[in-house]
Ligand binder design. Sequence first.
Ligand code: MN
Length: 225
Amino acid sequence: MKLDKKLTAIIPDVHIPYQDKQAVELCLQRIREERAGKIVILGDLMDFEAVSRFNRKLDKRAAFEWELRLGRKWIKNLSRRFKGAEIHFLSGNHESRLSKYVVRNCPELSGLPQLALDEILEIPKDWRTYSYNLNAVRVDGVSYTHGRKFSGNVCMANLKKYMGSVVQGHSHKTSSLYHRLPDGRLIGAVEAGCLCDLCPSYAADVSWVHAMAWAQDGLPYLEII
Ligand SMILES: [Mn+2]
């Protein structure tokens, strides 16, 4: 199957093992239908609850291993299904729970290559991976960032910050904003929603939205799922 190298599909917060299976499957089907040649995983693919500061479960044994197994399986499946696509993997604040855990509980092990995300999730060598602490990633003229805590108009703030087209996840909500520059160019910002369970056990009335995003010719746009 010939892929469209000019089309980027964006997969927002999945939060394995708390993904919404139906929403994820719909998203992957859409990527196949549109034959996207590039895929950006926008961060928080994994939840990493087992290494969270907030994890209060009494029995933590094997929980992390279980999460990792599901994550590896998901990654392997994506890589098989979209052979030939250029895949970018951004880390989110949830993936960064692991390095924070190590620093907090066993600082002697921090920086150990065997604990790096690429290793423990068995991320394919041809994927491009980016740390959560890096600046936004640029693909075909669009900036991608997982995003951080922010209240207010996320898209407006991002357009001002990046002075160009930008996509972020993190909030699990959706919005988009477009702006015509004086030179005639159109730029856009998208807040890409999520693909996780919409009723988390730790919060109520979160108003999250299942969605994904696309980018073509330097312009991102939202698709509600
Ligand atoms: Mn998230």
